[in-house]
Design a protein around this ligand. Structure first.
Ligand code: SDX
Length: 378
């Protein structure tokens, strides 16, 4: 075997062959199973897109209705899971609560049958259906309230928004939220998907796969950036402060949250759609004072770092959309996970279809033949 050059962060190294999604980072193109993201955002729903990603084709009317119905029937979580979540500290981050709860699901469904398509389907349905319920349950329980039961008459996104604060959501907000899920569902070999595929390659169960991916998504260099963006906009506080704030970050070589991407060297197409969705919400529900600051940031960062290909990524405008819906900042990354679970499961299924355990190598740069020094001589 030839010795490959070491690439920090595995930049440019293919880790799998995949037909799930495609990114052209120079042109700003994203496709799911060959369909452009703009088209899916305009015409599809989250559950239809999830089906497309996992089973490879758009469902027929009957197939979609059956999938929606299965998801609807599996939205409830077991009381033991709820009781376990009640013991989580209210001060804990909802991503940690979600990771623990997703892993705990595996305790209830520990019979592993990875070669059985019915097992794959049941696991997919259960995870897509229960993750929003677990996120909403933690949100209510940390406020000291009982979680509410899912509403069977509401569709996937409207039901999640309902479960968050026990109020039926505005139809436009629910529609926009569903589009946000479409935009976040899948993105080639990102860190959390890689994590999911590595875990899947050991032939463990899908709950462990999803739990490991949730843990990976939470970091501020990945999905956790959406939360940090809002904190940054709050710190900046006014349009006049944007330029000195950005200049200071650049001078200190600090990362500007919500900007930059390993693959995109132009504005992330999802950021463009999210910005339009934010504007749609502002025109119905009123402006957000941070939007002007965000737009000025985009201008200043393009001026200063555009030559390096640093532009807004998916995490830059999503927070402004969720903020306008009244969603707490620390739920932004769990919402990313609600969407991405379908992408992770598509990769889980694809990994199982041609599995080989991930076992890369390393470049050892330590000592050899080192002496053992007795403790009293160290
Ligand atoms: C997501 O991979 C995916 O697909 C992820 C994602 C998905 O859908 O799954 O798209 C979701 O994770 C979006 C990214 C969210 N993270 C952030 O917004 C955090 C801020 N961004 C960066 O830390 C960074 O851009 C990354 C982590 C996203 C990408 O890191 P890379 O590819 O390892 O790039 P790098 O850190 O090596 O930077 C390369 C150069 C450096 O300059 P030089 O040393 O070469 O002169 O670009 C500069 C960096 O300093 N740079 C930035 C910057 N991002 C890169 N400079 C300032 N601010 C930034 N945000």
């Amino acid at each position: 075997m030839s010795v490959c050059e070491y690439k920090p962060g595995l930049e440019g190294i293919p880790a799998a062959q995949s037909s799930i999604s495609y990114v052209d980072g120079q042109k700003g193109i994203l496709e799911y199973r060959g369909i452009r993201i703009e088209e899916l955002a305009a015409k599809s729903t989250f559950l239809e897109t999830a089906y497309l990603l996992i089973w490879g084709e758009l469902p027929s009317k009957e197939e979609l209705a059956a999938f929606e119905e299965e998801v609807r029937l599996h939205r409830r979580i077991k009381y033991r899971i709820r009781d376990m979540m009640k013991c989580f500290p209210e001060s804990g981050h909802p991503m940690d609560a979600l990771q623990a709860s997703a892993a705990a699901l595996g305790l209830f469904y520990s019979l592993r049958d990875l070669h059985n398509p019915a097992y794959i389907r049941d696991s997919v349905v259960r995870l897509i259906a229960t993750i929003p319920t677990m996120v909403a349950a933690f949100q209510l329980m940390r406020k000291g309230n009982d979680p509410v039961r899912p509403r069977d008459d509401l569709d996937y996104s409207a039901n999640f928004l309902y479960m968050l604060d026990e109020k039926e959501p505005d139809p436009l907000a629910a529609k926009i939220f569903d589009i946000c899920l479409i935009l976040h569902v899948e993105h080639t070999m990102n860190a959390s998907t890689f994590s999911a595929r590595v875990t899947a390659s050991t032939l463990t169960d899908p709950y462990a796969v999803v739990a490991s991916a949730v843990g990976t998504l939470g970091g501020p260099l990945h999905g956790g950036a959406n939360e940090e963006v809002i904190q940054m906009l709050e710190d900046i506080g006014s349009v006049a402060n944007v330029r000195p704030y950005v200049e200071d970050l650049i001078q200190r070589k600090a990362k500007i949250m919500g900007f930059g991407h390993r693959v995109y060297k132009v504005k992330d197409p999802r950021a463009t759609i999210l910005q339009n969705l934010a504007e749609e919400l502002f025109s119905k529900f009123g402006e957000d004072k941070y939007y002007e600051i965000a737009q000025e940031m985009e201008r200043v960062v393009a001026e200063k770092l555009g030559h390096k290909g640093i532009y807004p990524n998916v995490d830059f405008y999503s927070g402004l959309v969720y903020r306008k819906m009244g969603i707490p900042t620390d739920l932004f990354t769990p919402i990313f996970a609600i969407a991405r679970v379908a992408g992770w499961l598509a990769h889980w299924k694809e990994q199982l279809e041609e599995n080989r355990i991930f076992r890369p190598t390393q470049v050892y740069n330590g000592q050899h033949e080192a002496p053992y020094i007795p403790i009293d001589q160290r």
